[in-house]
Design a protein around this ligand. Structure first.
Ligand SMILES: Cc1cc2nc3c(=O)[nH]c(=O)nc-3n(C[C@H](O)[C@H](O)[C@H](O)COP(=O)(O)O)c2cc1C
Length: 393
């Protein structure tokens, strides 16, 4: 990413998360309400652990905005960790509190615990897990909300929903079903405790989560992220690191516990003959070029093709289980059961919201690469001129 730069800091039980995003043009209306809405969505979801009841995330905008409008300068955000009051000594930055809580020495399989402790030469796994935890994704969602606000000025809408939890899927997904009403599915999903647009499947998913909770294991699943209203030509075919599909895959794969990413027909396309995969091209006066199918998921040759963007990500089950797995104590080297700290049973609904943020960051970056502009007015001028040109092509 070069047009949008973003970084964050903060430990899971530290005082706060901080984030900086640079590259949003001047003159965009932005309030903390725009951000808090998505923070709230990230915290919901059937299957989340106790922490979500403690935390009620809110973002404070510290800089980059004046009188409700962006300045074009770096926007910095702060999200306090509500749990901090219980960790003021255990997570203090001051040496005087060293050893005020005992070390974590039981590595959890499926986590950064063991590799991180070895790599960073730490005998207290807390020094690793505090940052490897998905708590940092609250800031990704906050930053994502700012770029979603930007993209919405150009009619680009981004959403997500859950299409699988454990072995329970839904009929609603399917990239080749063109004409799918993404926004309607999104709206229905927002009312579902598991963020699934299929009411019957929602209930079955909740049952699966109840069973997993009662029996002490965790569940994964698949979420779908979509973006509508994208113009043709975001991204590029000319260099490997400018291909939009590659950037989106990396962004989604960077979410904790995501182990597979698909675009459009994804893995399923490998099994079908070519004539069932390519989206044939049509032309009508007034409408221009169009497709009747969308197996490509909105990207061909590393560029948007004007169809809705469809991404899917597979999340593995949460590594921490109430029935802990076998592991080894990193200090005594004895076989033990992995540490159990209050944990989610299933976090796929939340991961979908994080997926929206990550997709939005990539899209905003590529959008600004094409349309540039230091102010919203300049960006809009560039965008409008291109859209007029496309209409004439
Ligand atoms: C929204 C979200 C919530 C998560 N909650 C937990 C949790 O409560 N307990 C846990 O052990 N892992 C949780 N995870 C998964 C771990 O963060 C992740 O598996 C771990 O950092 C190791 O990274 P990896 O699975 O990508 O290798 C969560 C992930 C996400 C995206």
């Amino acid at each position: 990413m070069g047009n949008i730069r973003y970084t964050s800091s903060g430990e899971s039980h530290g005082k706060a998360l901080t984030g900086i995003i640079e590259g949003i043009p001047a003159g965009l209306s932005l309030t903390s309400d725009d951000i808090d809405r998505d923070l709230k969505r990230r915290q919901k979801g059937y299957g989340r652990g106790g922490r979500m009841k403690i935390e009620s995330d809110r973002a404070e905008i510290l800089s980059g905005v004046r009188w409700g409008k962006t300045l074009g300068s770096p926007i910095s955000l702060l999200i306090e960790n509500r749990d901090w009051k219980n960790w003021t000594e255990g997570m203090s930055v001051y040496e005087q509190y060293e050893n005020s809580i005992g070390p974590v020495t039981r590595a959890r399989p499926g986590h950064a615990d063991l590799n991180g402790a070895i790599k960073y030469n730490q005998k207290d796994i807390r020094n690793i897990l505090e940052r490897s935890s998905a708590r940092e994704t609250a800031m990704r969602v906050a930053i994502g909300a700012t770029v979603k606000r930007f993209l919405s000025e150009f009619g680009i809408k981004i959403g997500s929903y859950i299409i699988e939890i454990g072995n329970q899927g839904t009929e609603i997904s399917g990239p080749d079903k063109d004409g799918r009403d993404f926004l309607k599915s999104f709206k229905v999903a927002e009312g579902s405790p598991v963020r699934c647009p299929d009411e019957k499947a929602s209930k079955k998913m909740m049952k699966l989560i109840d069973t997993a909770k009662a029996e002490g294991y965790s569940l994964g699943g698949v979420f779908e992220v979509f973006a509508t209203g994208l113009p043709i030509g975001i991204g590029s075919h000319v260099q490997w690191d400018r291909r939009l599909d590659g950037k989106l895959a990396q962004a989604l794969m960077s979410i904790q516990a995501v182990k597979g990413v698909e675009i459009g027909g994804g893995f399923g396309m490998a099994q079908r003959p070519g004539f069932r995969v390519m989206d044939e091209i049509y032309y009508k006066k007034g409408r221009g070029f169009f497709r009747k199918t969308n197996n490509a998921g909105g990207v061909e040759g590393g560029m948007t093709n004007g169809m809705p963007l469809i991404l899917r990500a597979a999340m593995k089950p949460i590594p921490t289980q109430r029935n802990p797995l076998k592991s080894v104590d990193i200090v005594t080297k004895r076989s033990i059961r992995a540490a159990y700290e209050r944990s989610d049973v299933c976090a796929v609904p939340a991961a979908g919201v994080i997926g929206e943020a990550m997709a939005a960051l990539v899209l905003a970056d590529a959008f600004l690469e094409k349309f540039g502009g230091d102010s919203m007015e300049e960006t809009k001028r560039n965008y409008d001129a291109y859209m007029d040109y496309v209409k004439e092509f």
